[in-house]
Design a protein around this ligand. Sequence first.
Ligand code: ADP
Ligand code: ZN
Length: 520
Amino acid sequence: MPDSIHAPTDAALAKLKAVFGFADFRGRQAEVVERVLAGRPTLAVMPTGAGKSLTYQLPAVMLEGTCVVISPLIALMHDQLRAARANGIRAATLTSADADWRETQDAFRRGELDLLYVAPERASQSGFREFLSAAPLCLFAVDEAHCVSEWGHDFRPDYRMLRPLMDAFPHVPRLALTATADRQTRSDVMGQLGIPADGLVLAGFDRPNIRYAIRHRDNPLRQLANLMAAEPGPGIVYALTRRKVEELAEKLGAATGRPVLPYHAGLDAEVRAANQSSFVASEDTVMVATVAFGMGIDKPDVRFVAHVGVPKSIEGYYQETGRAGRDGDPAQAVMFWGAGDFATARQRLAEIDEARRGAERARLDALAGLVETAECRRAILLRHFGEDPPAACGNCDNCIEQPAVTDVTELARKLLSAVYRTGQSFGMGHLQKVLTGVEDERVRQRGHDRLSVFGIVEADEAPLLQPLARALQARGELIATEHGGLALGGAARAILKGESNVQIVVPPKRERKGRRNAAA
Ligand code: ADP
Ligand code: ZN
């Protein structure tokens, strides 16, 4: 790597110290700043807390002209505004909550703003383009850039207006930022915002001090009490419903004698605030909570995060477990899951909007891949975020103790051939029918009953098809298409040609039954 690309200029380092008071860049900040200063379009994918704001704020103070920051939340903008002004940066917001529009607009026209924060709706308003033409711009920074993608979990139609706006200023560089972008969302974001493939800077998702473990849930109360007995420090237990939160908090407190508090959106605001502050101040309290808990809570010494039931997505899992061990000391992330969790989640898929169903199903499949894998959990997580980690981390349950696996290479070949022969556009439901020889209308219509793969999977192997498909997806050998179908991934060839083997964790009988229901 040539130094000129990755070494921050002296000028950037000097400003970093003078304006922000930091001695050095963190992670790949320097690279992003360098790219921006060189005018190259960039998508920066970095986890929350990695310091994304700095990557546009620093260029904003270094470059001539105003940096326009698009941000989806007014509260977020005002936080940023306060922080920027505290560093002496000339910043303003133009939102419906601001009374000082006039002054802000005048300051912008006079070229007196380093940063101008606006909501995405602004971009679609006629007149905004003209307004921006009145003074020099140095950068477009698109925060929470995953909002531009329908594939992402937080699609905002207004983000689609950003491209034409930015295209009207072809000489102004663009920087998109997000903490959550799986491969599909990422390439969609880049396409939507006009950032070329070489514009991706992605890094820093590993949390080496967190030990990941994912276990089957048989007796959550006992399992949690054991975890708490082994870990006397503060912890968070995520449960799926308010009722579960209250029940678990009460029973765990009684069973362990430790301070255990509940937190969910249905509690009085005062109770919530009181529970939160005693958790933050305490060295041994356990908070049982819904996912409503955790955003913006600064407690570096959380020693464990447990999930009772599966989180919504890998992104959610990563974010929630990421609240453990921020101080860098050893911490644990333990998920207790049941096949019923997936069954419920899959049932819910039927209720959601058709357009979003494919993406939601893919999210669930990726999560299932993480849960069912016999491979290193960390490697799966980091690969999900686009990194290229070593195959084993030595600090997750599967690395510490290899689970029992079964060789399903032959079955995998059958499945991959079926995917290929049906044209790489059908989902598991259809593929299962073809493979097990179920002749329904759709199978006949497509002529899939005449394929060589029709009916080649025996009844005793059939229950392994779903976990196998998820494992193959986790490994990238099967890829979910946007429409909920499955296509062959890069490494599928090696399996088909007999060059690579596939093993999966043997699912307990009980779960196999649950899965069959889930697949229906
Ligand atoms: P993100 O937007 O990626 O979630 P922020 O931009 O809010 O993260 O930054 C998180 C924290 O890290 C902030 O308190 C910020 O001041 C701090 N920070 C950012 N860059 C650096 C750095 N180079 N050195 C030290 N602290 C930094
Ligand atoms: Zn590992």
